[in-house]
Design a protein. Structure first.
Length: 400
């Protein structure tokens, strides 16, 4: 892809990873992704972020189409995770920058990753500004969004916020701007990204949004480090982040399950029938068909999670253990839960799953439910009863 001018003398110079499916080894990127870097042409020519090491030559050629690399004065490192810093040693070598700006935690992370003592690092504090000539860059520390080193760069003269991972989405496209895409699709991908990358830090997101609002920053473009740039709907993604971070819940239940011989699946369907009859929006997701990150994307606005697994070797099936470990780490708040499953002789799985949900802060209105071998009509009626009880709790929680 060629370099694209996003503002007068400010260019996107990133790389598009069209074929990426596995993002960072733990989340699915169904539409690929991009590693966005930005070049500002001013008295001090400045590169904001780099790309993954694999795409270092893409970045090189993008930049080279605009300037010679040795003409670049500054590099700003908003975030040291390798998808944005992998090409940094290569670019530092080519550019020989006068200064590399980063946060205090960024300095530590750069040393920890690259072990270079001769780079001209300059730590910037929260609220500090530097001049590029006709523009200033104002730095906002965004510690733990989503790494300790993370920061934003704001250019007031262009009303441009370069926002690192925040407000990003995993989308590979030659169409760089939000108004070139379906807005609902973008927001859905932004939600998926938020849930899998940023959800644990939601209280900090709310504080940051307040801070940005209180500072009165005029923003007419948000340029994240992944996916599409928000030039027509920056207010919409800011508002959506407030909703994501507030964990506003819908009368919706995600039923996640694994099954060996179909008995647990029968139980899930009985529970889901009752939920649907009560007007609850349902998603039935087999762990053999859906990646844990896609399940969390669906669960992001759901009031309830129903986990179902048969008992295997005195515990739950491995895919359920994987999902619960992942889900718990993302720290969803204010949720309801239920557990169930079939068993042959010991039957520990529903109670084991319930313990994980309770440890994760879920409220479980009903006791774990289990069925020996294959559920008959009576056991399926118990499952429907559990579904009706859970529906009442969901309605109470969401005001349906
Ligand atoms: Fe896109 Fe946290 O790196």
């Amino acid at each position: 892809m060629p370099a694209i001018e996003i503002k007068n003398n400010i260019y996107w110079v990133g790389a598009v990873d069209w074929n990426l499916k596995n993002f960072h080894g733990y989340a699915m990127a169904r539409r690929g992704t991009s590693y966005n870097a930005y070049l500002v042409l001013d008295d001090k020519i400045t590169l904001f972020d780099t790309v993954s090491e694999k795409f270092k030559w893409d970045l090189y050629h993008q930049v080279r189409s605009l300037v010679k690399l040795e003409e670049i004065d500054y590099i700003v490192v908003n975030h040291v995770e390798m998808d944005h810093s992998g090409a940094l040693p290569f670019m530092v070598d080519k550019i020989q920058p006068e200064k590399i700006f980063c946060s205090s935690m960024g300095e530590k992370a750069i040393h920890g990753h690259f072990h270079k003592n001769d780079w001209p690092l300059q730590v910037v504090k929260d609220g500090e500004s530097i001049s590029l000539g006709s523009r200033n860059v104002h730095f906002l520390e965004t510690r733990m969004l989503h790494w300790p080193d993370s920061m934003f760069s704001y250019i007031p003269q262009d009303k441009l916020l370069i926002s690192s991972d925040a407000f990003g989405q995993n989308i590979a496209s030659q169409k760089l701007f939000d108004d070139q895409h379906d807005l609902n699709l973008l927001l859905s991908e932004a939600r998926h990204y938020y849930t899998n990358i940023i959800l644990p830090f939601s209280p900090l997101v709310l504080k940051l949004l307040d801070k940005v609002q209180e500072a009165g920053l005029e923003i007419d473009m948000i340029a994240p480090d992944h996916g599409i740039i928000w030039r027509s709907h920056p207010g919409k993604i800011l508002q959506s982040y407030r909703e994501f971070a507030s964990q506003t819940l819908q009368p919706k239940a995600v039923l996640v399950y694994d099954t060996m011989w179909g008995s647990t699946e029968k139980m899930v369907k009985a529970v889901s029938d009752a939920l649907a009859e009560e007007g609850i929006d349902i998603r039935i997701m087999s762990l053999k068909s859906f990646h844990h990150s896609d399940i969390m994307g669906e669960f992001s606005d759901a009031a309830a999670l129903i986990c179902a697994s048969p008992t295997h070797n005195n515990g739950m099936l491995p895919l359920m253990a994987d999902f619960l470990t992942y889900m718990k780490g993302l720290k969803p708040k204010n949720r309801l839960g239920a557990t169930l499953g079939s068993y042959g002789w010991s039957g520990e799985a529903p109670a084991a799953m319930a313990r994980v949900l309770e440890d994760a802060g879920f409220e479980l209105p009903e006791k774990p439910l289990r069925t020996k071998f294959v559920p008959a009509h009576e056991q399926l009626a118990q499952c429907k009863e559990l579904g009706r009880s859970l529906a009442s709790a969901i309605k109470a929680r969401t005001g349906l």
